[in-house]
Design a protein around this ligand. Structure first.
Ligand code: AMP
Ligand code: GLY
Length: 430
């Protein structure tokens, strides 16, 4: 079977890498992919970026099914278009993907269906937004309504910063059309976890739990990013909490969608805040796998991902079990100079191509690529293309061992201006 994965980030490298491990799969095409997917045996990058082009390719090349990694394509309705052409694809429809593509829709949906989330109000008029926050306490959270590649949220510690954020988004249009509206949200305290499931429209299969590290700097300081590292599992999610998340969050999304005439299919990512007293609140939904959570999750997955996704496409997720490596996986993101505000491009990455390790160690880590391409002066080097560049992911018997292994590997890789955190996994270790 030949498969197609859509996207070019770290999560797509991890998904394609895992899919290719199946003996049933002869090739996985990745559109557009990155240097990691270009160099991987059994994967092939496709320089196609339009839905129409991808549709033609999938038809002509007898692609068994397509997996959508990128939210931008979901927002454009790739699932609706592929299905209308009779092609198999795993992901939500354009309407269902509004859970991610519009914060305003997502909050209203949660309120309609009793899903716990922070109190909020939506504004398109900056004057009303300024007036509203004058009566509020800080911290307060300002979010652009639309897709903003992890840059649309400001956690304002002072009212001055909150006013500035309102003007930046609504007046100066810093987020373009993603900021035609803003959602202003109550600030939540607690521990953040990522809860990702597969949904086939009728059944849910939870994946291993994980924890992201959103802030740029050690100790959870600095600006929000797409995520600077992750580990799986998230020890804060006990069996009891797991059952409550399924019941308070995931099931109501499925039944709510059904009541509104939609069947949710695809990965569903709930970003959750767990308060000190165990209260669960949804921070956000993503309609795809998380990045960098996918990288440690895929390293732990023992089941055949292609079989899982086929079951999901055929509405048979209730007929399959999922198996995990019981060890911890931990991924450290190496990002470019200037990320997240202004990413630099074109730095040569040293230490990747001459990476040699023993066969035994090989099984226990993987370097997933994100913002990389093949280029440089001789056209044969690996260079950065901006944003998050690599996610060095390692397995270990404990969080500490996985952490030590991952950081040891990062020491062998260099590019100018590299930024990374040095404390990924700190909450789990504490
Ligand atoms: P979102 O894209 O909505 O998940 O927001 C990005 C990040 O901002 C989250 O992962 C949190 O770290 C932070 N955040 C978002 N909403 C809130 C909130 N209501 N209270 C506290 N932190 C938040
Ligand atoms: N790690 C958060 C995200 O994928 O949006």
């Amino acid at each position: 079977m030949r498969l197609l994965v859509i996207g070019g980030g770290g999560r797509e490298h991890a998904l394609a890498w895992k899919l290719k491990q199946s003996p049933r799969i002869s090739k996985v095409f990745v559109a557009p992919g990155n240097a990691g997917t270009a160099l991987e045996e059994g994967l092939e990058n496709l320089p196609i970026i339009t839905i129409q082009g991808l549709l033609e390719f999938a038809k002509n090349e007898s692609i068994a099914f397509t997996v959508v990694g990128s939210e931008a394509f979901l927002a454009e309705g790739i699932v609706d278009i592929f299905r209308a052409a009779g092609l198999k694809i795993f992901g939500p429809t354009k309407q269902a993907a509004r859970l991610e593509t519009s914060k305003n829709y997502s909050k209203a949906f949660m309120y309609r269906h009793g899903i716990p989330t922070a109190a909020y109000a939506t504004f398109s008029d900056p004057v009303k937004a300024h007036e509203f926050i004058n009566h509020k306490n800080v911290p307060i959270v300002i979010k652009a309504d639309g897709l903003a590649a992890g840059k649309g949220v400001v956690v304002a510690m002072t009212l001055t910063d909150a006013h500035l954020a309102i003007d930046a988004i609504l007046v100066n249009r810093s987020m373009g059309s993603a900021g035609l509206k803003i959602v202003i949200e109550e600030f939540l305290e607690g521990e953040e976890v990522s809860f990702i499931v597969m949904i086939d429209g009728r059944h849910v299969l939870p994946l291993a739990t994980s924890q992201d590290h959103k802030r740029l700097k050690d100790g959870d300081n600095g600006p929000n990013t797409g995520g600077m590292g992750a580990h799986s599992p998230a020890p804060v999610i006990t069996l009891e909490l797991h059952a409550r998340i399924m019941c308070e969050v995931i099931q109501p999304v499925m039944s709510g969608m059904e009541q509104e005439g939609e069947h949710y299919t695809g990965f569903l990512y709930a970003g959750l805040m767990i308060s000190k007293n165990g209260e669960i609140k949804v921070l956000e939904f993503n309609c795809r796998m998380g990045d960098p959570e996918t990288q440690p999750i895929m390293l732990r997955l023992k089941s055949d991902l292609s079989v899982l996704i086929e079951h999901a496409i055929d509405e048979m997720l209730d007929k399959i079990d999922i198996n995990w490596d019981c060890r911890v996986a931990l991924g450290v993101v190496m990002a470019t100079c200037g990320y997240p505000e202004m990413s630099r491009k074109g730095d040569i990455i040293h230490g990747l191509l001459d990476f040699t390790v023993t066969e035994k160690l090989k099984k226990d880590f993987y370097i997933f690529h994100a913002g990389t391409a093949i280029g440089g002066n001789n056209g044969q080097e690996i260079v950065t293309t901006g944003g998050r560049v690599l996610c060095v992911t390692a397995l270990g018997d404990s969080v500490k061992t996985a952490q030590l292994r991952a950081y040891k590997i990062t020491e062998r890789i260099h590019f100018d201006g590299c930024q990374m955190r040095h404390d990924i996994g700190h909450l789990a270790i504490d």
